[in-house]
Design a protein. Sequence first.
Length: 132
Amino acid sequence: MLQFPFQWYSTPALLKAWQDAVLTRMFYMTYEHEGRALRGKPLLIAVTTGSVPESYGPGGQNMFTMDALLAPLRATSHRCGLRWTKPLVVYQADKLEPPQLHAAAADYADTLRAGEQRLLPPQNGLRRGKHS
């Protein structure tokens, strides 16, 4: 699982540094001992944004869909042999009222419990349910 605030259309710098250091070692330098152990495991992405869902798409402030913006992580998942799952996206996370925040937390817990039921075939989109 990678959980992070979506910043400037990417992961935060520290998470990107971790990806560069750890994934490079695991999948290029010590694949037989480390990377192979993760092959076939599911990857869940949980992100928060400060924008509304409508801002992610053609004509929106961010121009691209969240699916498109998460494509580099999906490509990383594919390259590392991880199975992509439907990302959990919480929009306007910094502006949610307590009832909305509790609903998002419940959705997050449901997502964790669902586990592999969230796996997507390679050709499917990344759309999320009621809170995205």
